[in-house]
Ligand binder design. Structure first.
Ligand SMILES: NC(=O)c1ccc[n+]([C@@H]2O[C@H](COP(=O)([O-])OP(=O)(O)OC[C@H]3O[C@@H](n4cnc5c(N)ncnc54)[C@H](O)[C@@H]3O)[C@@H](O)[C@H]2O)c1
Length: 448
């Protein structure tokens, strides 16, 4: 009996222990579930706070390279438009503030482009404030544009990633900085690409330019605007050297037609709204950080890679020639034009008096045949090119360009100083360094 009582007590104790252990397990599970929920909520909150922080504090600089960025930029306008005094605005002010007495504050459109990068650096170097503006489109390798952006960023120059057609963004930038000048270089460049993508020329060179002028005309004070036209406006003109008073009503490409349209548009905004406008007709610009779609650039690439090179001759057997102009000379011309640009005379969309309207050629004044260009490159690279002489297709290219720069020389002392051989040497040095082809060039040099 005693044994049976003991056994009963022991069974009860075991049951109790099992029950307690069960309760403990249930409690532990509940505790675990509760703390997991807490952890999840805390993580979510931190993530939200981080997103908010980065959204407010960082400018839109993604490495996106689509042709047009309007959707993203309208969005970014909305995002960055609020929060005055945000870190983004501070970066913009910092970039655009001049560091010399009476320095300019310049909005450089197309700053991630070839000419834009060089002009931005030169302006910054002499103490002007510069803010870049570029949509980083993929007309040519956007990584080259991003590399130029990094170069500018090392010199405290910020580029806002936006399209000329983004009105809200342009207005926002002018709200933040009362720019004294706009150096407008953003455009769809290239003559041949117009046959593939004509609308891109209309969107950037006409609609984009008009949009910029619409924003600028309404400002008080209005900035002075210097912008890039092109030697291509001379089109089928046969009088040489090309002078500003020659005919420009026979463009040979859509590119040329949009640049010529730009000159007409500039006339209108000057006439109605008092905007000070200077058009610069550049003649085949070349140099370090240049454009991969231009002959001197892809000839270099093709020579190094051993690919055949097409040299164009005109249908009547003449050699194609260009007034190749070194980038440093073009930069001097751009700065000279900015320095002599008078103030706009309108404000808030109303003209108060006549304003300056100018057009200048910026060239080298000594055309060189494409065959000679190739010869210089062969010498610099120490490689013989595989040439194919063919008749120039009807793709918008003109056979010959030659600048008369008397006007630019008279008004701001423009005097080109770099001959093609000297300029190409500097280009090739940059090219082999940038693309890391030094070893290969040297090897090929030894082999030949
Ligand atoms: N390089 C030359 O030989 C030459 C000759 C005559 C005229 N130009 C003119 O000079 C200017 C600069 O030429 P470049 O050789 O530096 O060309 P580029 O293509 O290197 O530079 C133009 C820049 O503008 C940007 N851009 C284009 N459309 C835009 C838009 N809608 N919104 C914002 N950014 C936009 C591009 O991303 C590019 O970075 C252009 O207007 C060009 O037409 C150049």
């Amino acid at each position: 009996m005693a044994l049976s009582a003991d056994t009963h007590t022991s069974r009860t104790t075991t049951k109790l222990e099992r029950y307690n252990s069960y309760i403990r397990r249930v409690n532990n599970t509940k505790l675990l579930a509760a703390s997991s929920k807490l952890l999840f909520r805390a993580t979510l909150l931190i993530a939200l706070l981080l997103v908010l922080f980065f959204t407010i504090n960082y400018p839109p600089l993604p490495a996106d390279s689509s042709q047009f960025h309007t959707t993203k930029n309208f969005l970014s306008s909305a995002l960055y438009g609020s929060g005055s005094g945000s870190a983004w605005e501070k970066q913009i002010r910092h970039s655009a503030t001049p560091r010399r007495p009476n320095g300019f504050s310049v909005l450089v459109t197309g700053a991630a482009g070839f000419v834009g990068t060089h002009c931005s650096l030169a302006l910054k170097k002499r103490g002007d404030g510069v803010l870049g503006f570029d949509n980083f489109n993929a007309y040519y390798d956007p990584s080259l544009k991003r590399a130029r952006q990094s170069l500018l960023s090392r010199h405290q120059i910020l580029i806002v990633d936006a399209d000329l057609n983004d009105t809200a963004m342009l207005q926002k930038l002018f709200d933040i900085v009362p720019f004294t000048h706009v150096l407008h270089l953003a455009a769809q460049a290239g003559v041949r690409y117009a046959m593939q993508n004509p609308q891109s020329y209309v969107a950037s060179n006409i609609a984009g330019f008009v949009n910029l002028l619409e924003v600028a005309k309404a400002l008080d004070p209005q900035p002075a605007i210097v912008w890039a036209s092109s030697s291509s406006v001379y089109g089928l003109n046969t009088e040489v050297p090309f002078s500003e008073h020659h005919r420009t009503d026979r463009p040979a490409s859509l590119y040329a037609a949009t640049k010529k349209a730009g000159e007409a548009v500039a006339h209108t905004y000057n006439h109605i709204y008092g905007l000070s406008l200077t058009a610069l007709r550049f003649f085949t610009v070349y140099g370090p950080w240049g454009r991969p779609d231009m002959a001197y650039f892809f000839f270099t690439k093709d020579i190094i890679q051993g690919k055949p090179i097409n040299i164009y001759k005109t249908p009547d057997g003449q050699e194609v020639a260009r007034d190749f102009t070194y980038i440093d000379d073009i930069v001097k011309g751009c700065l000279g034009a900015l320095d002599t640009a008078e103030k706009s005379t309108g404000s808030g969309g109303k003209k108060r008096g006549p304003a300056q309207l100018r057009v200048y050629n910026l060239g080298n004044t000594s055309p060189v045949g494409v065959g000679r260009l190739l010869e210089i490159l062969e010498g610099l690279l120490n490689v013989k090119a595989k040439k194919r002489v063919i008749t120039m297709p009807a793709n918008g290219d003109v056979p010959f360009t030659h600048a008369n720069v008397t006007l630019a020389n008279r008004d701001f002392g423009y005097k080109p100083a770099t001959d093609l051989a000297t300029g190409l040497r500097k280009f090739v040095k940059w090219y082999v360094g940038y693309y890391g082809v030094q070893a290969r060039v040297k090897k090929e040099t030894q082999a030949s």
